[in-house]
Design a protein around this ligand. Structure first.
Ligand code: ACO
Length: 427
């Protein structure tokens, strides 16, 4: 902090000094934490769009420049050279693991993938048609009833392992429950992504042979979704954690926040768009023409991004993964053919080029999930599987922060002024 850069706010005849803070990438914020104490006024920022809620060293984003880094490492390098568990270690510990650390971490995750047998009954108590998202949120919340230790550095380490290890099992079982199939137990000889695919698609009657190209694409998807700084669900995890609620409660709340269509649901919209195009028998060209027409309210779903005004770095990685999966699986549906045609047309169309509208991460993730047979109602569950690492890292960072305090925003009250109680009929 440097005094020279302090801001001065004048209000109602008073002048307040607002210290400035500069981050390691030169982002600047004004510290208004003393504003109310010194002047009685608060700041107003609905949706917190211009509010820094914490200092964090986990993830850096520059949307204008198309940059996303975990602990300083560009996402493109991590997606190419790392796997999801290595990235999770990085997010949690701040540096990449050495071989011994990674092997031990991977082994620890692998041997903790089973759920307590009582969870079979727990799953069975949900209606058959239950959406997997509330089932996984409830299961993670319920884990705090099975693991009741107080949060200490040692127990939090164990809990981190449990959450990362068991979430794929919870996710796959929520799906198996929704289609009425028997639960499939994890296999310790498989890597993280392959084990999940096995639990999703094997049955007691038939093994599922994991295609390594698909497992790799899935692993990359988990890496790309692992963190995205103070987004809605991560902020939810921090807000719940700020009351010193246990980590299971905080992560369960994060899963619920992610479920909202404005947050985790965008890739579902891509598939709905592809369904609508096929049902209406429209061509990709006709649909793009409608998306460009200002008199229609149609948009090309999966194109454009609020933060990234350049190619979303995650989409760049996924474009390749998507094409790899397509080559491995073949264009096994009309929807996938249309998706590839939409991509080709829009990437070469002046309308999209001029407005910097590139495919976003949801365009490709939706298509990859569709191609490998993951149903649409599991898309957000998959997102949560990757984001689990980031949520835990952010929860732990907050817990260790010297600035830890309960989240408690203020408001501008716009209700009735004081009035006296009297029976409504005599008014
Ligand atoms: N299809 C057609 N035109 C588009 C699209 C699109 N997908 N996205 C933006 N435009 C046009 C707008 O009509 C506008 O045109 P104009 O300048 O002629 O009026 C221009 O591009 C800028 O659009 P804005 O809405 O101002 O851009 P903004 O940054 O606010 O919106 C958003 C970003 C909401 C993501 C938008 O691009 C969109 O609706 N995309 C489709 C939905 C989608 O894929 N959402 C997922 C985003 S990824 C995520 O949230 C994790």
């Amino acid at each position: 902090m440097s005094d020279a850069k302090n801001a001065r706010l004048e209000y109602d005849g008073k002048t307040v000094e607002l210290p400035s803070l500069t981050g390691s990438e030169n982002e600047t914020g004004l510290d208004i934490s003393r504003l109310r104490a010194e002047t009685g006024i608060i700041t107003y920022d609905p949706g917190y769009g211009n509010t820094g809620s914490c200092r964090s060293s986990v993830t850096y984003i520059d949307g204008e420049a198309g940059i996303l880094r975990y602990r300083g490492y560009p996402i493109e390098q991590l997606a190419e050279k790392s796997n999801f568990l290595e990235c999770s270690w990085l997010l949690l510990n701040g540096d990449l693991p050495n071989t011994k650390e990674l092997n031990s971490f991977t082994n620890n995750i692998t041997i903790h993938t089973m759920l307590h047998e009582n969870f079979r009954k727990f799953f069975g108590s949900f209606p058959k048609a239950a959406h997997p998202m509330p089932v996984t949120a409830a299961t993670v919340g319920a884990m705090s009833a099975f693991y009741q230790e107080k949060d200490t550095p040692e127990t939090l380490h164990e809990t981190t392992i449990r959450l990362l290890a068991k979430y794929p099992t919870i996710a796959a079982w929520s799906y198996k429950h929704s289609i009425g199939q028997p639960f499939i137990y994890p296999r310790n000889d498989l890597d993280y992504a392959s084990n999940f695919l096995h639990m999703m698609f094997a049955t007691p009657c038939e093994e599922y042979e994991v295609n390594p190209i698909i497992a790799r694409a899935l692993d990359q998807l988990l890496i790309l979704h692992a963190d995205h700084e103070q987004n809605c669900s991560t902020s939810t995890v921090r807000v719940v954690g700020s009351s010193q609620a246990n980590i299971f409660a905080a992560i369960s709340a994060g899963i619920s926040a992610l479920w909202g269509p404005l947050h985790g649901g965008a890739n579902q919209k891509v598939i709905e768009m592809l369904d609508a195009i096929t049902h209406q028998g429209m061509s990709a060209e006709d649909f793009v023409a409608r998306a460009k027409d200002k008199d229609s309210d149609v948009r090309l779903m999966g194109f454009g991004h609020r933060v990234y005004k350049n190619f979303d770095p995650r989409a760049r990685v996924l474009k390749k993964a998507c094409h790899d999966v397509m080559n491995a699986m073949g264009l096994n549906s009309k929807q996938l053919e249309i998706a590839m045609a939409l991509e080709e047309i829009a990437l070469n169309d002046e309308y999209f080029i001029q407005r910097n509208l590139y495919p976003n991460v949801d365009f490709y993730s939706g298509i990859i999930y569709k191609a490998i047979g993951i149903p649409v109602n599991m898309f957000t569950v998959m997102f949560a599987m990757g984001r689990m690492a980031g949520w835990i890292a952010q929860f732990l960072e907050q817990k260790e922060s010297p600035e830890f305090r309960i989240s408690r925003p203020r408001q501008i009250y716009t209700g009735a002024p004081e009035r006296n109680w009297q029976p409504v009929d005599t008014r």
